[in-house]
Design a protein around this ligand. Sequence first.
Ligand code: PEP
Ligand code: MG
Length: 896
Amino acid sequence: MSKWVYGFGGGAADGDASMKNLLGGKGANLAEMSSLGLPVPPGFTITTEACVHYYSNGQTYPDALKGQVAEGLAKVEGVVGKRFGDAANLLLVSVRSGARASMPGMMDTVLNLGLNDQTVEGLAGLSGDRRFAFDSYRRFITMYSNVVLGIGHDRFEELLDDHKDRQGVSIDTDLTAKDWERLVGDYKALVERELGRPFPQDPHDQLWGAIGAVFASWMNDRAKFYRRMHDIPESWGTAVNVQSMVFGNMGETSATGVAFTRNPSTGEARLYGEFLINAQGEDVVAGIRTPQSLTRAGREEMGDKAPSMEEAMPEVFGQFVDVIGRLESHYRDMQDIEFTVEQGRLWMLQTRNGKRTAKSALKVAVDLASEGVISREEAVSRVEPAALDQLLHPTLDPMAHRHVIATGLPASPGAATGKIVFDADEAERLNQLGDAVILVREETSPEDIHGMHAARGIVTARGGMTSHAAVVARGMGRPCVSGAGEIRIDDKAGEFTARGRTFRAGQIITIDGAKGEVLDGAVDMIEPELTGDFQTLMGWADEVRRLRVRANAETPHDAKTARGFGAEGIGLCRTEHMFFDGDRIAAVREMILADDEAGRRVALAKIEPFQKADFVELFEIMAGLPVTIRLLDPPLHEFIPHDEADIDALAASSGLDAGKLKRRARELHETNPMLGHRGCRLGVAYPEIYEMQVRAILEAALEVKAKSGDAPIPEIMHPLVALGLEMKYLRELTDRTAHAVFEAAGDRVEYLVGTMIELPRAALRAGDLAEHAEFFSFGTNDLTQTTFGISRDDSGRFLQAYLDKGVFETDPFVRLDQEGVGELIEIATERGRKTRPGMKLGICGEHGGDPASISFCESIGLDYVSCSPYRVPIARLAAAQAALAAASGEEREKDR
Ligand code: PEP
Ligand code: MG
């Protein structure tokens, strides 16, 4: 019989930390902590497989689940010596989700489950605190109604506010036991009015309601959005953790908090976190009360008045420090911990590897390696390549003038400028229109996730360093200032005030997430300096990497940026980009309008010096490194305007003949330009174009050789080749032209002639192409387009529907389709190298900067990847991780 339920607690557990896939991250770590003998409230985990079963069987549970849950519950009762539903000896539980990958706040949680009209009296008697008992009951009704019964949280808040108004009190802590008791009555009446039936009183009904709600929350919109954003497959499902309750709200010796063993923003190796006395966990995470520091040093730094945990509860604090030290050594990584103190007794509710900014990830990895806790290779594997993107973007210029309008907590570093918006949907709408926005909220909740994603930065008026806004912003790499208490938001008026000034929606502000400042207007930014931990880790990555990393670049600026980021050459210089600039475009149009070859040659002679000068500059910037130059690729009509008015304007400004322009535009018109007269088909039809380009490349190389004595090795690349004979023709054209250049110069340089593989036929007949081509570069943008028969320019119209319906798990233009396009690449690799052993192979489509695609390139033995300059560091790290993964796979093979 399948095992659907795994117990933990009392110093033992059925599972362990290695079982994340089955038990979810939270469940696996609760089991591990229990086995380590740490104080964990006993409970059990319903597996992710039960969730998968639930969804693949018309939302029904496996047959054996009921019995196994009952057994699990009985075991918990045995360990804690209390009984579920027994008013005289009461056990209450929490019910929480817990997927394989953590999805903070995306799914549902119910606390205090098991309370009803009888057991609340039991809780009052047992705790000796009637106020606490009824406060717990009303929290439970609110949460349960919201999560399981679908009645909005705000409906209950309204009743609470009305009651407070009537009593003339403003804060919850002024309410008495009688008040909460009255409110419980009001809450139950609200539920009955809404649903036509009373609030469920049977604890077992409550439990199954909550379990069903957690499974259901796997498919809520925010969970789906989060999964898409973080590439988490829907097929994983979530586990459900049912755990005996401990209370952080049982008076002044009780507390609840969250901690990181190191700073999640900066990586500094110092305990970091917050807690609240007399509160339940959700109060900290939801940012409803601003929490206190854990340590005295933290309090002093923040300038807080309220005592730290170190000062308020020194004994428990000592025990806590000991426990989390053990956890960090055990997991060998920075831990993110949730805990509760119930009447002076410490309980651990969760531990996991902490989410962190890229800066923190680098520092923690480098520090742990330096401390000897992990190896350098492990350090390289620990940093997510895509996260490096956060470090590659500008920060505020320290010399720039700053007009601070409010300060808050430095919740997530980085700087951003944008228009103020107060609403997540509006943030998304404006972002789609191309506006940079800063989302300003009282506090954020999981419903705001799409707006946070769309915003360049986030500001909240309330909440601490571990509030929802702070945690999510750090995970997304968005700068964030949280708890900027000076900001008073008036949602209805669409404005906020701070320090006596009013700022309206649409006004520009800047935030500095590293300092916690909100600034008026736009502030100058500076390029990042990639030193320190970044350089150290990239150095370690370069030591283990096999794949070379080049950049796609044609302008001197891009080429310099790419070198600065560590590019080892240019993998794709798209020469047509050089055709559009300033004076050249006039000569390009003249060439297109020419009636015959002679006319074209006259125009080409005007373009040639520009091309040559551009290549000289590129070769000089890339001194000593390979530079792959692709000859003209797009159809010629892309260089002339299409509608009448634009043609007339061009004719007027350039002196070209309008009638001739229109006729030529009509002649060049194609129904499917992507499948039309483009790529090497231009070179075959108009060889003089490619001859001019080859001459410019080689003359530039000779010039650089003459100047510096150091000859570059140009790699001349022909696009969109399909046939062996096409390649033969192009090879001969190239060699013939080269020969003429070298004859005239009385000198020569090395050069390579190769092709892009962008068509399925080219991949299949790679053996023929390799007879004449000395290298291949996989143009996976076109290869994806031509393999799927999906236009890369039009796919946006229907791709979303495919993604929403799960037909595509990811956009194939972003992440290489390894099964289809990947198989063609493998075939071409094998057949190409069979004809020409050891031939140089690379990839230059967008996929060259995508870590998962890079790992594929490693696995099939390509020589290099080429990507846009800003992705070069990401590719270097991804290539290193791919090499490490391949090596460890080989190790495992050997052991077998
Ligand atoms: C490609 O097709 O993958 C490629 C790199 O060329 P382009 O994007 O210029 O068509
Ligand atoms: Mg292409």
